[in-house]
Every structure is written in structure tokens, then in C-alpha cells.
Write a protein that binds this ligand. Structure first.
Ligand SMILES: [Ca+2]
Ligand SMILES: [Ca+2]
Length: 424
């Protein structure tokens, strides 16, 4: 799946783990330019027949974007194929990747034009691709890309592809570092969006895509909530709909879920008329729940608990406004998506955990106890009771009893009952 990610977002990438391993670096300081080469990077036009044309060299001195030398290309024509113009590094001794591991690629890049564009690939052992917009001209930008897990082990190539894009010009690249990431430690999903600071795009609000699958019409915008200028929500004006639930979708496709986990989805929604929408999780499991909106123009708060996921992987968290949502205006705010914390289950204490003996006029407890011990005789009368804390405790009981019942209740309410015979 291709995703466009602005550089400012990419900058938020994680810091290095302790066991991460740097695979290769290239700062071009000692690089030389050869045929289809800058240093050990292949720089090749595969699509001159399709109109692609570029030159390449080292930018040095004041023209370098880091240190005294940087890779530089000048694209005259991007051609008609994405794969036409490639900067690529592939070396079996260096770029061997491992199935299941992820890789981080960081580099500096500068463009002579606004909104330049390339695609970054890790090929051969994965289908990873990241579309990369370089929004601002003549500004050196630090980019960090983190791949998905590799599908296979073996030699991979790390590639910047510049073909088939109208906005060409000069590109400088430097300080490339490729790092193999240690097996990621699992962190529970904990996502929230209050829409107060997001900037809407043509078909997205922050992390959420606003999708129209053809048979509907709607507009979306950000709208202030009440009198609080700092509080925004998303407004949807639906003017055409279809018989399909999937026509109009508001969804976050960037989240990963774990097999067996359940998710709690919180949000606020309102509608100007009594209305209904469908909340849906798609991907590793399909989970649906209808949401009824009263139409009284005040936000209702919803909490939805999913069923356990069938598998680990990417999932869509979706609010669908197709049928039977009626035409009208709906608003959404304050979305939270969190892994459900398992309720703590009181495990019944095991009878063998109660290690005791009865001797003389005392019952001795040898193991760690935190709770109340009640002693009954065989007619059911309470003969002694005491709160015990710690190990090596004892309770005094009437010596006349040969057989007693010991009831131990721990502080969580778990109960063990044992018969105990006086050893004298
Ligand atoms: Ca350099
Ligand atoms: Ca808000």
C-alpha cells in the first residue's frame, strides 16, 4: 500500500534501539563519479526511451548540503515510468536483510522546486514503498523512513525512484544511513485525535481518510465546537447517498492491531436529524456496530468494544455513512482507539497453597498468608478466627477437638477450606 507522508510527519520517527545495527552509511565525502555511479550508489536512467533524462554529479563545497560533497542529480524529464530514474544501493555483503525485521532509512534531501516527489523502495525481499513529497524548495530536509517487516531474507536494494512525475529539477541527497532495527517490543495501541490542530487535505483530515466510493456526495470541513475556538470537530454534509453501507467512509488505516486483542473505541458524534452510521473495523477481523444518533444537535458519547482480532496486522477503523445513513449533517470529535486492558481475574487460590498442621492447641500455617482464617468444629460452630499476615503464623484453638475445618479467605475474596486432624 502506498502512502504519502509529509516530511514533517516523518521526523517524528523513533529513536535508535540499543541492539539496532547500522547496515550502511554514505556521506559522499570520498565518493567519485563513474558511469551510472556516484560512490557506491547506482545512478541510472532505465527509461531514456520513455523520455526520461537526467544528469548526475557530486555537488561540492558550498553546493553540498552536508559536509563537502553530496550526490546531485538534475532531472530534465522524468519520463513515463516510475522506475525510469533510480538511485539505488545493493551489495550482497552489505544490504542483506532479514525476514521479519524492519529497517530505518534516514537521509538529507533538497529540491530546487516546491512539492517535488520520489518513491522510496526496498526491493527484492519486500514490497515496501513510501511515497515522499519534498514540500519546500531549497531547504535541506531530514527524512526518516521506517519499513514494514521484510517478507524474506536475502540481498535487498534500497532505491530512490524519480520517474513519471512532472515536478523535476535539481535534487541533492546526502548522509544516508540504513539501520536494521531490533525486533520491536510490543506496545499496546493507544491512539487519540481531537481534531483541534489537524490540517485538512483534499480527502483527509489528519490521519483519517474521507473516502467516497462513487455513489454518494458529501463535503467535510473542520468546525469549531461551541464557543471554544481551540476545539474543532469534523463536519460532514451528506447530500447524496446510495444503498451501500460502504459508500461514504471516514477511516484511519494507519493503525496495527494484535491477534486476540480487543479494542475500545471512544468518540463523540451528533447529527442534525435522527440518523445512523456504521462503525467498522476491517483488516485482520471484521467487526461492525451500528451507532444511533438522536438528531438533537448535541454530542453523544459512544464507547464501542470490539471482538478479539483474528490476526495481527494493519486494520481500518472506520465510520461509514453509507446506507442507511440519511442525508443530513453529522459531526465527529474526540476519537480514541485503545487496546482493552484485560480485567484482572481473581485466580482462586489452590488448596495445596495452604500448608498447615494441627498440634496441641494450635494450628500452624507455614506459607505466606494475607487474609482471614476461621476455624469451625464439625457441628459448624466457629471456634476461632484471626487475620493472618505473613508466614509461620498460628491460631490457638480448643484442644479438645480432634478434627477441625479451616476456612482461609484471602484479601481478594478467594476461599480455601481444609480439614485438619490434631497430631497431638
Ligand atoms: Ca556529504
Ligand atoms: Ca475537538
Amino acid at each position: 500500500m502506498k502512502k504519502i507522508m509529509l516530511l514533517s510527519i516523518v521526523l517524528l520517527a523513533a529513536t535508535l534501539h540499543a541492539a539496532d545495527k547500522v547496515l550502511f552509511t554514505q556521506d559522499f565525502e570520498n565518493a567519485t563519479v563513474g558511469t551510472d555511479l556516484i560512490g557506491n550508489m547506482q545512478v541510472k536512467n532505465f527509461n531514456s526511451g520513455g523520455g526520461a533524462a537526467w544528469t548526475y554529479d557530486l555537488a561540492t563545497g558550498a553546493d553540498a548540503i552536508s559536509g563537502n560533497a553530496s550526490a546531485h542529480i538534475n532531472i530534465q524529464q522524468a519520463g513515463d515510468q516510475w522506475w525510469g530514474l533510480q538511485i539505488k544501493f545493493e551489495d550482497p555483503a552489505i544490504t542483506t536483510v532479514v525476514k521479519g525485521l524492519k529497517y530505518r532509512i534516514s537521509f538529507k534531501i533538497k529540491s530546487s522546486t516546491d512539492n517535488n516527489f520520489c518513491q522510496f523502495y526496498v526491493q527484492a525481499q519486500s514490497s515496501f514503498v513510501q511515497e515522499l513529497t519534498i514540500p519546500k524548495a531549497n531547504t535541506v530536509q531530514d527524512v526518516t523512513i521506517e519499513t514494514t517487516a521484510m517478507d524474506n531474507s536475502g540481498t535487498a536494494n534500497f532505491m530512490w525512484a524519480f520517474g513519471n512525475y512532472a515536478n523535476a529539477g535539481d535534487i541533492w541527497i546526502d548522509d544516508i544511513v540504513v539501520t536494521e532495527l531490533d525486533t520491536p517490543t510490543y506496545t499496546p495501541l493507544d491512539y487519540s485525535e481531537n481534531f483541534n490542530t489537524v490540517v485538512p487535505g483534499a480527502a483527509a483530515v489528519g490521519d483519517f481518510d474521507v473516502a467516497n466510493f462513487g455513489n454518494g456526495l458529501w463535503n467535510f470541513s473542520l468546525e469549531q465546537v461551541g464557543n471554544d475556538a481551540s476545539n474543532k470537530c469534523v463536519r460532514f454534509d451528506i447530500t447524496q447517498n446510495s444503498d451501500d453501507w460502504w459508500t461514504l467512509q471516514f477511516k484511519n488505516s494507519k493503525l496495527m492491531v494484535e491477534k486476540g486483542k480487543q479494542y475500545e473505541i471512544g468518540f463523540k458524534a451528533k447529527s442534525n436529524i435522527p440518523n445512523t452510521l456504521l462503525f467498522r473495523i476491517e483488516g485482520t477481523a471484521v467487526f461492525d456496530q451500528r451507532v444511533e444518533l438522536t438528531g438533537d444537535d448535541s454530542f453523544q458519547t459512544f464507547t464501542i468494544e470490539s471482538t478479539p482480532m483474528d490476526a495481527s496486522g494493519p486494520a481500518n477503523f472506520m465510520w461509514a455513512f453509507g446506507s442507511p445513513t440519511a442525508l443530513g449533517t453529522c459531526w465527529i470529535d474526540d476519537i480514541t482507539i485503545r487496546e482493552k486492558t484485560p480485567a484482572s481475574v481473581n485466580q482462586p487460590a489452590q488448596p495445596e497453597a495452604l500448608n498447615l498442621y494441627f498440634s496441641g492447641n494450635r494450628i500452624h500455617f507455614l506459607n505466606q498468608l494475607q487474609g482471614t482464617v476461621s476455624i469451625y468444629n464439625l457441628t459448624g460452630s466457629l471456634v476461632a478466627q484471626q487475620h493472618l499476615s505473613g508466614s509461620d503464623c498460628s491460631i490457638t484453638v480448643p484442644e479438645t477437638n480432634r478434627l477441625l475445618l479451616v476456612k482461609y479467605q484471602d484479601n481478594s475474596g478467594n476461599v480455601i477450606v481444609r480439614k485438619v486432624v490434631n497430631q497431638r
